[in-house]
Design a protein around this ligand. Sequence first.
Ligand code: DGI
Ligand code: FE
Ligand code: FE
Length: 189
Amino acid sequence: MERSKALELVKEQLTEKRYVHTLGVTETAVNLAKAFGADVKKAELAAIFHDYAKFRPKEEMKQILMDEQEDGRLLQFHHELWHAPAGAILVRAEAGITDKEVLSAIRWHTTGRPKMTLLEKIIYLADYIEPGRSFPGVDDVRKLAEQNLNVAVLAAVKNSISFLMSKKQPVFPVTLETYNDLIQNGDDV
Ligand code: DGI
Ligand code: FE
Ligand code: FE
């Protein structure tokens, strides 16, 4: 799909603020794809659609996750986690995106997962460091992203978990599994 068509489809789904975030993620993902040798077009498409479902009603997302037999644990955790798996399903059904690598980068963009693909890492990280983000520690992760992808992804995962813990929020098991995988199997971290 053309970039302009994809942007048009996603703009209808998002607020202006979220659309600007999406443009930031797209620019960042394209740069990371070039730097780390990923497919630039796939990175662009996944970034454009990554938050496609962000503003769907909770009940609609819940139904989709149940119909598609997604991980049942999701429903026991914050509904903010639902837009990623629901988004991958909706992007396929409504925008006709069938590329499995693109869909899985959308699917895992909030929690990450063990054994993330290069494209999944790029979308996860781009979402965290895009120019519109301003939370504590983000500049350090931006610097790491210029050097080593796994180190930067690990830093983003650690910051996210620390943030959730500081707010006394539960951490989704897959987020913790992502951390463990990078520590145990990322031999360059
Ligand atoms: O959609 P974005 O705001 O661009 O970013 P995102 O998809 O990475 O995260 C959405 C929200 O999900 C964010 O407010 C933090 C929350 N979140 C991420 N990981 C976990 C989580 N919430 C819980 N409870 N547990 C997690 O592991
Ligand atoms: Fe998101
Ligand atoms: Fe996002």
